[in-house]
Design a protein. Structure first.
Lengths: 395, 385
């Protein structure tokens, strides 16, 4: 019991006189803050991107592509194939019409506001039930495009990120003028990065005949995907891949988020090592500055253990302060920050917000604590072993 | 130089502290090396672009194909010296994760257009004669361990064959390299004729054209002439210099590349700040010694020089070590990720900038205590005031 009291007393003393060692302590704090800032900032990019992609996919919607094509852009389905797919078992029906949307997915050059350069913006042709298949998509401004007309509705994120997509304006792609008639939202998912129009109009404008690239179907329950897959695999007239929309979007997200992580984690470790050196440095100098003080405490009867523990606590407190600082900075600077980048998997732009999640902040603080423990450990041993008589004699 | 011994002794007077400082400088410059290399990859070949090459793409989007009939019209545009075309194949090797670039193109046309890509005459002749032949860059061949004579199955994600198959088998007949170390060779080239004949759809089209203009010709005038030729046709074109095309493509990655660079740049300077502060502190602790030096007859400027040399030396030891290890890592990283992120490269200019940063940071960190030391009178210094 007395031991714990000693530890508490010495630690408290250390923390109270921290301001006297402000310069060296700050070095440790800033070093750790930088680690946590970078960790949270880079990983929040991966998190935000994944959130946007995953939010687009649902378990009870299946997406059907030509087999072997890894993305909608690469796929191609004839009108006949689309009809066979629509009339397969396992699909929800409204009256006797199955709820499906056969779609065309092309890419158009639109100027990105932030870079003032053309970017590959996805342009999707959809069938009337597209919004029934995707319940999270809803019109928030203007009206829906009319069937057969060169009219577009744009996702909210695309509208904010790219030039000339305001409701009421007209945009020209090649020989065709398109009127922008509405804005839709989709819970921040990747659909919001897209432009939508009537699929038949898009087929005409892009000379795609009656072909499609994907068919989305609403399943009557999540298990029906197996039935649907078996039926289509067995049908010699079609050659397609069936997957849940959720799986499809996570496969689209994988390469880029893997890449961000591949950079983020090693970088954090590297920087953490740098921060450990910073912490070690400032704790060694803290111990050497307090040499006389530590020796006095020992002479008064405080044990080496309490000196050891108190030094480790001091360094951990400094590191956690740095961690909080870095985490707060990351949250204020990056949370909700909107960017748009080229997703290699779909060769088109995805607009997403950075997400500094609580999980990331906790991980960052844990890293800070580890840095503090390591940075304090060796100086603490030196403090505990300080020869009392000699230290007291020093000027 | 004659004071090097003194500087060296000063550097190591507190071994642990100096070692830790050097290690944080080391980490900072390791980071600097990696950053530069990855940043280079995001530039998507801007610095290997040649001014006399123009790229012709569909005006609506790069993904829209152009008719093969455009080839002769472009070739006959005044000022155009040569023209060839490429298409995007978009396949993978064995696993969808092994995605790399493949371009069906014209064998002779390609290597005439890109003299920086070097292939032996025999291999090029063999490729032109082998219908199912393909050549790959050295980087790619090393990554997958391919040798000439291998038969390489590529899974198509776009181009189904007319017989319904999706596996295209190519015979590896040549390996090319590049004489520009900044450029990537992590891609595969196939015979357009075979591709055109065997694909199920899209016949009569190519992905984009690349043309070379006569020496001294005006690229803007020629680009306009090409675009005017196809104006008001179903496939309008957009012609730009290779550099402008690469820059515009690099911008597709948008602010992401910029943000990563900014964050890491901030970190780099934080690490330097931390190291610099420690160095400054160690000099402050020795003010009275400076007094002793001056008593012995060292001039103000010598004292200044000795102190600055010490902090620059620490920066150089850590920094050169960091850049060297970084350089080794970048070579490995290029091997590992060459296909996924081509163009990871650490150039001499980045190394020079790094060296400049070391010296600059060293001077900056040493300057304040050094100037203070220089101005100090002997009495004050000895009294530690």
């Amino acid at each position: 019991m007395a031991g714990i009291q000693q530890v508490v007393a010495v630690s408290w003393l250390n923390i109270l006189n921290l301001p006297q060692r402000i310069a060296t302590s700050l070095v440790a704090v800033i070093g750790v803050a930088a680690v946590v800032l970078v960790f949270a900032a880079i990983l929040s990019m991966a998190k935000g991107f994944e959130r946007t992609m995953v939010a687009a996919g649902s378990d009870d919607t299946a997406i059907i592509l030509r087999s072997g094509s890894t993305a909608e852009l690469n796929s191609g389905l004839s009108n006949d194939s689309a009809l066979i797919i629509e009339n397969s078992p396992g699909i929800v029906k409204e009256g006797n019409r199955p709820i499906t949307s056969a779609e065309l997915y092309v890419v158009v050059d639109v100027r990105k506001k932030s870079t003032d350069a053309d970017a590959n913006v996805p342009f999707r042709g959809v069938q009337p039930s597209a919004m029934v298949v995707r319940p999270n998509v809803r019109l928030v401004d203007g009206r829906l495009f009319e069937q057969g007309k060169n009219e577009i509705i744009v996702g909210r994120a695309a509208q904010l990120e790219f030039d000339g997509l305001e409701v009421g304006s007209t945009i020209r792609f090649g020989q065709t003028n398109w009127a922008i008639v509405g804005t839709f939202e989709a819970d921040g998912s990747v659909s919001e990065s897209e432009l939508w129009t009537d699929v038949r109009v898009l087929q005409g404008a892009y000379r795609r005949g009656t072909s499609y690239q994907s068919v989305r179907v609403k399943l009557d329950n999540t298990g029906s995907i197996v039935t649907l897959k078996e039926t289509l695999d067995a049908d010699p007239r079609v050659d397609v891949d069936v997957m849940s929309e959720k799986d499809y979007y996570s496969s689209q997200a994988e390469p880029l988020s893997r890449f961000i992580r591949l950079i983020g984690y090693p970088l954090t470790i590297l920087m953490a090592i740098g921060a450990v050196f910073g912490a070690l440095n400032s704790m060694y100098s803290s111990v050497s500055v307090r040499g006389k003080e530590i020796a006095t405490l020992r002479a008064l009867g405080f044990g080496p253990i309490s000196v050891l523990v108190s030094t480790i606590i001091e360094s951990t407190v400094l590191a956690l302060a740095g961690g909080l600082l870095g985490g707060a900075a990351a949250y204020l600077l990056f949370n909700g920050f909107r960017v748009s980048t080229l997703n290699g998997a779909s060769f088109s732009q995805v607009v997403f917000d950075f997400a500094v999640t609580p999980e990331l902040l906790v991980q960052g603080l844990a890293a800070a604590a580890i840095i503090g423990l390591i940075g304090g450990f060796f100086p603490a041993i030196r403090a505990a072993r300080l020869p009392v008589a000699q230290a007291l004699r020093e000027v | 130089m004659k004071y090097f011994g003194l500087v060296w002794k000063n550097v190591w007077r507190k071994k642990a502290r100096t070692l830790l400082t050097i290690l944080s400088v080391f980490v900072a410059f390791l980071l600097f090396a990696l950053l530069n290399a990855i940043g280079h990859a995001f530039k998507a070949g801007v610095d290997v672009a040649q001014a006399e090459r123009l790229v012709v793409i569909d005006k609506i989007s790069l993904i829209n194909p152009l008719p093969i009939s455009y080839r002769n019209k472009i070739a006959s545009t005044p000022g155009v010296a040569a023209v060839t075309h490429q298409s995007w194949f978009g396949g993978y090797y064995q696993d969808p994760r092994n995605q790399f670039a493949q371009f069906p193109t014209e064998p002779y046309g390609y290597f005439e257009m890109y003299p920086e890509h070097v292939i032996s005459k025999e291999q090029l002749d063999t490729w032109a004669k082998t219908r199912t032949g393909a050549v790959v860059g050295r980087e790619l061949a090393e990554q997958f361990g391919w040798k000439i004579g291998d038969r390489i199955p590529i899974q198509a994600t776009i181009w189904t064959k007319a017989d319904g198959g999706r596996t295209w088998e190519f015979d590896l007949v040549g390996i090319f390299s590049t004489d520009d170390p900044r450029g990537t060779t992590a891609f595969m080239l196939m015979n357009y004729d075979y591709f055109e004949e065997a694909r199920a759809f899209g016949k009569g089209t190519v992905g984009w054209y690349v043309l070379r203009i006569n020496k001294g010709a005006d690229p803007v005038a020629i680009a306009n002439a090409v675009d005017n030729e196809f104006a008001n046709s179903p496939n309008e074109t957009e012609t730009s210099t290779e550099a402008a095309f690469a820059t515009s493509f690099a911008k597709q990655f948008g602010n992401i590349a910029l943000i990563v660079q900014l964050i890491l740049g901030a970190v780099f300077f934080t690490l330097l700040l931390v190291a610099g502060n420690t160095m400054a502190q160690s000099i402050r602790e020795r003010i009275s010694e400076i007094g002793v030096l001056k008593t012995l007859g060292f001039t103000d400027h010598t004292v200044l020089g000795i102190v600055l040399a010490e902090s620059v030396l620490i920066m150089l030891i850590g920094g050169v070590l960091g850049l060297s290890i970084g350089w080794v890592l970048v070579q490995g990283l290029g091997q590992q990720m060459g296909a996924f992120l081509p163009g990871i490269f650490l150039g001499p200019s980045a190394l020079l900038i790094g060296l400049g940063c070391m010296i600059g940071a060293g001077v900056l960190a040493g300057a304040f205590p050094a100037i203070k030391g220089m101005r100090l009178t002997i009495v004050d210094a000895l009294a530690r005031r």
